[in-house]
Design a protein around this ligand. Structure first.
Ligand code: HEM
Length: 167
């Protein structure tokens, strides 16, 4: 069974209202390190059915709680920010974002993902996912492409391990 990954399967279960209400208690649910540190407390509250509070939607379904437990038991897997060469081409019909490079080691996967959007900007993030156990052999090369309509003229940003750059 797929090992749960924080950015893909855990963080999306926490709503903005959960995060907002827990920050005064020193627990930012959208911060990997904080959730790892408090994972035992979080699991206890989830299992007791006392978090999220009844007044704000009530407890999670059992499947979500089981997923959180499996993430914890699977060693708190998370993604890493990747590194690549980026090329952005703008044709009359489409904007194409291309990332090329070599993974850090064999068995890695990666992709370009739309991370956030606002009225004026869209930001893509380059993620790498390490294999659950080291894989022998040479690191593969990769090429990822994301394409959107050129009628979308918002400023394009790309987030990778070097930071966030405008393209
Ligand atoms: C999935 C979402 C949530 C999780 C995992 C969570 C987790 C927790 C944990 C682990 C504690 C104990 C803190 C400690 O002992 O250090 C706690 C306390 C608390 N949480 Fe949350 N929480 C969530 C959502 C919410 C929401 C939506 C509210 C809205 C009011 C809320 C309000 C509180 C309050 C008032 C306390 C302190 C009082 C108490 O211990 O019952 N939490 N929460």
């Amino acid at each position: 069974m797929r090992t749960p990954v924080y950015e893909l399967h855990i963080q999306p279960m926490f709503r903005a209202t959960d995060r907002d209400h827990m920050i005064p208690f020193g627990l930012n649910l959208w911060e990997y390190d904080a959730v790892v540190e408090h994972a035992q407390h979080v699991l206890e509250r989830l299992e007791a059915g006392t978090m999220p509070t009844r007044a704000l939607g009530g407890p999670w379904p059992q499947e979500w709680i089981d997923l959180f437990r499996r993430w914890k038991e699977g060693g708190f897997k998370r993604l890493e920010l990747g590194k690549a060469q980026f090329a952005v081409t703008r044709s009359p019909s489409a904007v194409t974002v291309k990332a090329t490079g070599t993974y850090p080691a064999a068995g890695f996967l990666g992709w370009l993902q739309l991370e956030s959007e606002s009225d004026t900007a869209k930001t893509y993030v380059l993620y790498f996912e390490a294999p659950d156990a080291p894989v022998a052999g040479e690191a593969d090369e990769f090429e990822f492409k994301e394409r959107y309509s050129s009628s979308d003229t918002r400023t394009l940003f790309i987030h990778d391990s070097t930071g966030v750059q405008e393209h």
